[in-house]
Design a protein around this ligand. Structure first.
Ligand SMILES: Nc1ncnc2c1ncn2[C@@H]1O[C@H](COP(=O)(O)OP(=O)(O)OP(=O)(O)O)[C@@H](O)[C@H]1O
Ligand SMILES: [Mg+2]
Length: 250
């Protein structure tokens, strides 16, 4: 469903060129919840931004279904972003002047006129994520966890093929983080959503089906949860990260 092959990306700063992604390859299957971990500066956000079509990559392939995202023109890119991808960011990015319900409907409002089916979908998502009671409130008047669940609902309103999330629990206390992860799991289990989540948080990552660990511009390890207990998987993730950072310290 998502296939990244031999992806390269460098940034130019002055006359220097920094290679951040050095041939990253990975796959995400439909309905999978995949995490990306790795040290700060390892290129996690860069990878996500390339898949999001926010920044161009230097070479390699990014295929979403039959579409190669790496070679799209601007119009097609905008279409893919609005119709096929859903986004959740660390700082929510809700619009303060819109109610929670209108924020959720925003991607649909951009594409078409307000319809009753749109309101119906927004109501269903609010029920699913336990935010129906705050539908008519404004972002300033709800908690961080509620804001992020709103952002997850917004990401799902167009039934995207893939949800991309960069540190969705990064600004949240552990209880709110749990509520957001629950929202992702509900999206996966009840709406067959496919989720690709960058995170520093081994707790959040331990709910994933699979976690890819990036380091020095490459995928260094992939851990599969299988039927492990969540806690056992979290320990395995922590061990893998410790192991990779020890190599660096040599
Ligand atoms: N626009 C840019 N111009 C130049 N260098 C950049 C740019 N964006 C990121 N970088 C550099 O590329 C490297 C990877 O950055 P990236 O944001 O992808 O890392 P990350 O793994 O998401 O880190 P973090 O965990 O801190 O969010 C870093 O060294 C960063 O300084
Ligand atoms: Mg980042």
């Amino acid at each position: 469903m998502l296939s990244v092959q031999n992806l390269h990306k460098s940034y130019k700063v002055g006359n220097e060129k920094y290679e951040v992604l050095k041939g990253v390859s990975l796959e995400v299957q439909k309905g999978e919840f995949v995490g990306v971990m790795g040290p700060s500066g390892s290129g996690k956000s860069t990878l996500l931004n390339c898949i999001s079509c926010y920044i161009p990559s230097d070479s390699g392939k990014i295929e979403l279904g039959d579409t190669n995202l790496a070679t799209l023109d601007e119009e097609s890119m905008a279409h893919v972003r609005n119709e096929k991808l859903g986004f959740v960011f660390q700082d929510f990015l809700l619009l303060d002047g819109l109610t929670i319900r209108d924020n959720i409907m925003l991607p649909r409002i951009i594409g078409e006129k307000i319809s009753t089916s749109m309101e119906k979908s927004a109501n269903l998502l609010c029920d699913l994520f336990g935010i129906s009671h705050i539908k008519n409130k404004y972002p300033a008047d709800v908690s961080g966890g509620e804001k992020q669940r709103t952002a997850v609902a917004r990401a799902l309103i167009n039934n995207p093929e893939l949800i991309l999330a960069d540190e969705p629990t990064g600004n949240l206390d552990s209880k709110s983080a749990q509520a957001v992860i629950d929202a992702f799991l509900r999206a996966k289990n009840e709406l067959s959503a496919t989720i690709f989540m960058v995170t520093h948080d081994s707790f959040a990552a331990s709910f994933c089906d699979r976690v890819v660990i990036l380091k020095d511009g490459n995928v260094r390890k992939t851990l599969v949860r299988g039927n492990q207990e969540r806690r056992t998987f979290q320990d395995a993730l922590l061990d893998a990260i410790r192991e990779l950072s020890e190599v660096k310290g040599e």
